[in-house]
Design a protein. Structure first.
Length: 510
C-alpha cells in the first residue's frame, strides 16, 4: 500500500471525550515572527492542560473539500508525530492526502533545524516547489516545524522565497485551520510563530503513519540546553503530559490493535519533573504502562543524567518493556562533555551503563555521537572511540558538529578543520560498523521474535521487522504474518541487518 492509499484507508483518530471547553481563543489572528532570545527564557508559570474535544470552527470544516494536501517531514520522531497530527487536522477540514506535490493544493514542509544539512535540504525543496507555484498560483506552500522557530530562517524566506504563503512553528500546529484560511485570503505571507510554548492540548486529531507501531508523546520541549543544540529554543520548556492522558492513549492504541508504542520526548527521563503537585517519573509511568495489554513498549530519547534507579528496576521487569536503550553519549571525553554542558562525565556514563547491564543483562545499547566539537583534540576523539568499544554499542547515529546560530557553542572559537572532522567521522563509523557486524554475528542460527512491519524496502518478496532489541530482520514468510510477532531463525548476519527464515507464526506475548 502506498502512502496515499494508506492515508485514504485510515480513519482520523479523534477523542471520544466531549467537553464544553472553549477553543475559540486558538483561532484568533496574530502576526508573530520568532525570537530565539525569547525562546530561551524559562518561566515558572504552570502548564495549562486543555482536555476537551478539539473542534474545527464551522466555517473551516469544508474548506478543504475536493482539495489535496501533502506534508513532507524532515525531522525526528516528534516532528513525524506532528505531521500525523497536522494530517488529522487537514482531513477534518475535508482535505484528501496525496503523495505528489503536482497534485496538491497545499504543501507543508515540516522542517528540522538540528544541523545545517537538514536546513539545506529544506531550502532545496523550496527551490523545487517554485515552478509549481508559478504554474499554479492557487497552490499554498507552508513552512512549519523547528526551522520556522529561527528568525534567521524566517528572514531568509521573506527575502529570498517570498512565494511561500505561510510560516508557523512547533507550538501552534493546532492553529493550522486558521493559518490556512488566512493564507487563502491574504496577499501577504502569513507568519505565526510563537517563541514561547503554549498549553498542552490533548485530543488533537491524528492520522497515524501505520497501524502496527504508534508514537505517543509523553513530554514536550527540553531544558537541558546542551551548548551545541537548537532544540530547547525550537521546542520550548519541558512540559509533561498527565499520566492519565498517556495511559488512555496507549490503551486506545492497544484496543485498536497496535502492537508497539514508542513513548516520545527529547529527554524522556525528565518526565514528570515539572509536576508541581506530585512526584511521578518515567519509572512510575512505565510501571503502569507495562500492565496494558500491548506487546511492545519503547521510549526515546534518554538523557544519561536523569536515568534513575527506579526506571532501571522497572525496565528490568521486562515483559512488554523492550530491552533496548538508546542512550546518547555525544563524546567519550569528560572535558568535551563539560563544554557541551551534558552534565555527566565519561566515568559516570560508564558507571550508568555498567549498572544497567548488571540489572538488565539482555539489554542492547545504541547511542548518538558528535565528532569535531569546537577544539576537540585527537586525544579527546580517541576517548570517544575507546568508550564506544568499552560499552560495545550495537549501533550509533554519528554526526559532525554543526554550529547552530544562537547556541553557546556557535560562539566558540574552533581550530579544527572540516577535513579533520570528516576523517574522524570516518574512523568512528569504521568502529561502529565493526562492532555492529560483531554483535550481529552472535545472532547466527539463533531464534528471535520479530514484529513484522511489512515488505522489505528493497525486495517485496521478503518481509521485514524488528526484534525486541531493535535489530532489523529480513526473512521469507507469508504476507499474513504482517502485523504479527513471529519466530525467525537467523540464517545470515550482516553488518546492519539480519536475514532469516520464519519458523513459527503468531507468538503469544505476555
Ligand atoms: N534529545 C536527544 C537528542 C536530539 S537531537 C538527546 O539529548 O539525546 C539528536 C542528535 O543530534 C543528538 O543526540 C546529537 O548527537 C545530534 N546533534 C544535536 N545538535 C547537533 C549539532 N549542532 N551538530 C551535530 N549534531 C547535533
Ligand atoms: Fe538537545 Fe541536549 Fe536537549 Fe537533547 S538533551 S534535545 S541534545 S539540548
Ligand atoms: Fe529536528 Fe526539531 Fe526534532 S530540530 S531533531 S525536528 S525537535
Amino acid at each position: 500500500m502506498n502512502e496515499k492509499q494508506r492515508l485514504e484507508s485510515t480513519q482520523v483518530e479523534s477523542s471520544d471525550k466531549k467537553s464544553s471547553k472553549d477553543y475559540s481563543q486558538y483561532f484568533q489572528a496574530v502576526y508573530q515572527p520568532p525570537s530565539l532570545k525569547d525562546a530561551k527564557k524559562r518561566g515558572k508559570e504552570e502548564v495549562n492542560y486543555l482536555e476537551g474535544e478539539f473542534s474545527i470552527p464551522d466555517d473551516m470544516l469544508e474548506i478543504g473539500k475536493g482539495k489535496k494536501f501533502l506534508i513532507r517531514t524532515y525531522g525526528c520522531q516528534m516532528n513525524e508525530h506532528d505531521t500525523e497530527i497536522m494530517a488529522g487536522i487537514f482531513m477534518q477540514m475535508g482535505y484528501e492526502p496525496t503523495d505528489k506535490a503536482e497534485n496538491a493544493d497545499i504543501v507543508l514542509l515540516n522542517t528540522c533545524a538540528i544541523r545545517e544539512n537538514a536546513e539545506n535540504k529544506v531550502f532545496g525543496e523550496i527551490g523545487h516547489l517554485k515552478p509549481l507555484k508559478i504554474k499554479n498560483p492557487d497552490l499554498l506552500i507552508g513552512v512549519c516545524g523547528c526551522m520556522s522557530q529561527e528568525e534567521s530562517v524566517v528572514n531568509k524566506i521573506l527575502q529570498k522565497h517570498p512565494f511561500i504563503d505561510m510560516i508557523f512553528g512547533t507550538h501552534n500546529i493546532h492553529r493550522l485551520p486558521h493559518i490556512v484560511k488566512e493564507a487563502m485570503f491574504s496577499k501577504e505571507m502569513v507568519i505565526e510563530v510563537w517563541s514561547k510554548e503554549g498549553d498542552i492540548i490533548e485530543n488533537l486529531p491524528k492520522v497515524r503513519k501505520g497501524d502496527i507501531k504508534g508514537w505517543v508523546n509523553i513530554m514536550y520541549g527540553c531544558d537541558k540546553f546542551c551548548t551545541y543544540c537548537i532544540v530547547p529554543y525550537t521546542r520550548g520548556k519541558e512540559r509533561s503530559r498527565r499520566p492519565e492522558d498517556i495511559i488512555e492513549e496507549v490503551r486506545h492504541l492497544a484496543r485498536q490493535g497496535y502492537k508497539e508504542i514508542t513513548l516520545l520526548g527529547q529527554n524522556v527521563n525528565a518526565y514528570g519533573k515539572d509536576f508541581a503537585d506530585t512526584k511521578y517519573g518515567l519509572g512510575d509511568l512505565m510501571e503502569e504502562l507495562r500492565k496494558i495489554d500491548i506487546p511492545r513498549i519503547r521510549f526515546t530519547t534518554s538523557h544519561p543524567r536523569d536515568f534513575d534507579d527506579h526506571l532501571i528496576d522497572v525496565l528490568a521487569k521486562g515483559g512488554n518493556l523492550m530491552e533496548h536503550i538508546h542512550l546518547p553519549v555525544q563524546s567519550g571525553s569528560s572535558a568535551v562533555l563539560k563544554l557541551m554542558a551534558r552534565k555527566y562525565t565519561r566515568e559516570s556514563y560508564l558507571e550508568l551503563v555498567r549498572k544497567m547491564k548488571e540489572r538488565i543483562p539482555n539489554a542492547s545499547f545504541t547511542t548518538d555521537i558528535i565528532v569535531g566539537f569546537p577544539n576537540e583534540t585527537d586525544e579527546q576523539f580517541e576517548e570517544t572511540l575507546s568508550l564506544y568499544r568499552e560499552v560495545e554499542f550495537d549501533s550509533a547515529y554519528t554526526f559532525i558538529y554543526s554550529p547552530r546560530e544562537g547556541t553557546p557553542a556557535a560562539g566558540m572559537v574552533d581550530n579544527i578543520s572540516m577535513e579533520v572532522k570528516k576523517e574522524r567521522l570516518q574512523r568512528l563509523n569504521a568502529v561502529v560498523n565493526e562492532l555492529s557486524a560483531k554483535k550481529n554475528l552472535a545472532y547466527q542460527d539463533q531464534i528471535v521474535e520479530v514484529l513484522v512491519e511489512g515488505e522489505s524496502k528493497n525486495n517485496p518478496e521478503v518481509l521485514a521487522g524488528y526484534t525486541s532489541k531493535n535489530k532489523l530482520v529480513n526473512f521469507k514468510g507469508p504476507k499474513s504474518a504482517i502485523g504479527q510477532i513471529v519466530k525467525v531463525k537467523i540464517t545470515q548476519a550482516k553488518t546492519w541487518s539480519l536475514d532469516g527464515e520464519m519458523i513459527e507464526e503468531a507468538v503469544e506475548v505476555n
